[in-house]
Write a protein that binds this ligand. Structure first.
Ligand code: FPP
Length: 237
């Protein structure tokens, strides 16, 4: 039986419930997102403390483009501000920033901030914080299939040679290991098009609070629960 005494190497989080948190308090939904950005900082700090090497945050999904324009622009503004305001902190904490998703669809101002932060944190050797932006698991598969199809068309790859490794190699961040642990807040129990390929054998923990209420101790608790789990990866152990 294989338990996991070491902390998860990679935690992925579906940060859900910003809107409901705000509505419950009679605040605009954007206030929930603002408060959610503070929770991001707490979660990353706790992950660093525990020794997690990768954290991937679902910050804006492909489907989020269907929200009202005002909410989208508030979220984009918040992201730009977060990158600008937290850049020094990222450097101090030795955080490397990366993104996954169709980031070319983001407003150019946000793209610029992102590219600068990614470039300037490239050499950092601490935790890798990956923001999933304009991200969808199905869209990632479509993009990977198109890249693979081009290689087949060009004659550099035989269709019969397409394997798990070929697909992995054509994902947005092929070198990042699969998440060991997925946390979703707000009590909802679904994947919402997040990391569909990578989550095949990921342990899931549902936290019954809204994302703005998420505290450092929630990471500590989730890691403890994770360490009690028996991961068999489909085998008999
Ligand atoms: C889900 O809550 C959350 C989002 C769609 C956006 C996540 C964004 C943040 C946490 C803030 C900015 C992020 C960074 C990295 C600075 P929801 O709006 O779907 O909540 P609801 O389900 O209650 O409506």
């Amino acid at each position: 039986m294989s338990t996991s005494p070491s902390p998860p190497k990679h935690i992925a989080i579906i940060m859900d419930g910003n809107g409901r948190w705000a509505e419950q308090r009679g605040l605009p939904r954007t206030a929930g997102h603002k408060s959610g950005a503070d929770a991001v900082e707490r979660a990353v700090d706790a992950c660093i403390e525990v020794g997690v090497e990768y954290i991937t945050l679902y910050a804006f999904s492909s489907e989020n483009w269907n929200r009202p324009k005002t909410e989208i622009s508030a979220l984009m503004g918040l992201l730009g501000l977060f990158l600008k305001k937290k850049f020094k902190q990222m450097q101090n904490r030795n955080i490397r920033l990366r993104t996954i998703g169709r980031t070319d669809e983001l407003p150019s101002t946000v793209r610029k901030e992102l590219l600068a932060a990614i470039e300037n944190t490239r050499e950092n050797t601490g935790i890798t914080m990956t923001l999933a932006l304009s991200y969808g698991g199905r869209e990632e598969m479509v993009d990977a299939m198109q890249k693979i199809a081009k290689q087949v068309e060009a004659g550099s790859l035989a269709a019969a040679d397409i394997s798990n490794e070929t697909i992995q190699a054509n994902l947005y961040a092929p070198d990042i290991p699969d998440p060991d642990l997925l946390i979703r807040t707000s009590g909802e129990i679904r994947l919402s098009n997040f990391l569909l390929w990578q989550l095949s054998y990921t342990e899931m923990i549902l936290v019954d609070k809204y994302w703005p209420e998420f505290k450092e101790e929630d990471i500590h608790k989730a890691v403890e629960v994770f360490q009690q789990r028996h991961r068999r990866f489909g085998a008999v152990q």
